[in-house]
Design a protein around this ligand. Structure first.
Ligand code: FAD
Length: 367
């Protein structure tokens, strides 16, 4: 299994300078996704006992930032795969983990479907249902904005099940599964987003992760805790890319007889960029340590990491475009892409407002 340092070099080779082309085309090459998957790097926290690299959250986070600094679309696909694997590990039976995790650590890709036309921030409004019909399960519903759907062999679908909820593992090839691509999203344009319909999909009963019937909110929080920390580290990557581009440009470009970096108002942007990258890194490290130590603080720490990192990424990407000015105001430039990608980070995995509500709740009940 690859070590984090080797993996970082592998992904740099795989992406090269092609992220802007993928962004414009709105697609990641399938072979890039499959190569990372085959190396176990789409979900590097899958335990070695299940055929994965078994990395810590901290090692995986640093790697996720590296990928995020190169290509947020590819990082988004990693987030989906890692979130799917974690959900199986946490909620699945031993037999399900033994069957599914080695596949997710090698040959198969997965996408996670929570959102629906009427269930965005409020996932208690999920209307998709799973019911038992004789010796089979029947799944009916419509999911929207599913990242990595175009690459997925499997969907993890969050649904109502009796009085509670359930997560159902659905092969893309199952009769009744239909996809419609989401074209031209604002950011992460190449991450294979699609809306997915599940029309009377019949599945074996062991497609239900665990026993089903838990509260929907518990199921969603389990998956999103992984998703949030992964997105937060992806934001660190966006910050690293913006900082590097701004520092490089401010050192080389001269105006009024001096490098831009020597104009103090430009230097202030560099200070803000560096501070943002440092702060986001520290909150992500804290969240990953909580994860690795099994601390009960992990849920709050991941919300905090996601909230802080996404907000800093949005402001810092704007700073970077400002430092580069016309040089960065060009589609295809990394800071222009970062500007769009960063904004999406404030929407997904719990919007900024949802994070604020959760953090306010924590503040009110802290004692
Ligand atoms: P709404 O819930 O309609 O909210 C609109 C605005 O109102 C937001 O600013 C929100 O913060 C605010 N708001 C809502 N309620 C409150 C409140 N009570 N208090 C204060 N403010 C509030 N979904 C998946 O299931 N799987 C995926 O893989 C996935 N990938 C995505 C990728 C991208 C690029 C995007 C854009 C979305 C993706 N989504 C995915 C959907 C995403 O999870 C939702 O967009 C997100 O949860 C917000 O829901 P919404 O867009 O319906 O906004």
């Amino acid at each position: 299994m690859p070590e984090p340092v080797v993996a970082a070099a592998t992904v740099a080779d795989l992406v090269g300078d092609r992220a802007a082309d993928w962004d414009r085309a709105g697609r990641l090459p399938e072979e890039v996704v499959r190569k990372l998957g085959a190396a176990g790097l789409l979900a590097a926290q899958i335990p070695t006992a299940h055929g994965g690299p078994g990395w810590s959250s901290l090692d995986n986070g640093v790697f996720t930032a590296r990928v995020g600094s190169l290509c947020s679309s590819l990082r988004s696909v990693m987030t989906s795969q890692g979130m799917a694997a974690w959900t199986v590990e946490r909620l699945g039976s031993r037999a399900q983990a033994t069957s599914l995790l080695p596949r997710l650590a090698s040959t198969e890709t997965a996408a996670v479907a929570f959102s629906e036309p009427q269930a965005g921030s409020d996932l208690s409004a999920i209307a998709t249902t799973v019911t038992i019909e004789g010796d089979a399960l029947l799944l009916d519903g419509h999911k929207v904005w599913v990242t990595a759907a175009e690459h997925a062999d499997l969907f993890l679908v969050f649904a109502r099940y009796g009085e509670g909820g359930a997560v159902v593992v659905v092969p893309r090839s199952a009769p009744g599964v239909r996809l419609r691509r989401r074209s031209d999203p604002l950011g992460c344009r190449a991450a294979g987003h699609a809306d997915v319909w599940f029309d009377g999909v019949r599945l074996p009963t062991d497609s239900l992760l665990g026993d089903g019937g838990q509260s929907l909110s518990l199921l969603v929080t389990t998956a999103l805790t992984y998703g949030r920390i992964s997105v937060a580290w992806g934001c660190v990557g966006i910050l690293q890319a913006c900082l590097a581009a701004a520092v490089d440009h401010a050192g080389r470009r001269h105006q009024f007889g001096n490098p831009l970096a020597q104009h103090q108002l430009v230097a202030r942007h560099l200070a803000d960029l560096w501070s943002a990258e440092q702060v986001a890194t520290r909150v992500c490290e804290h969240a990953s340590r909580c994860w690795d130590e099994g601390s009960p603080e992990v849920v709050t720490a991941t919300v905090l990491a996601k909230y802080v990192s996404a907000g800093h990424a949005v402001r810092a990407a704007a700073d970077a475009v400002q430092v580069l000015a016309s040089a960065g105001a060009q589609d295809g430039h990394p800071v222009a892409r970062a500007y769009r990608d960063a904004k999406v980070m404030e929407i997904i995995e719990g919007s900024t407002e949802m994070c604020q509500l959760m953090l306010a709740d924590r503040a009110l009940h802290r004692r």
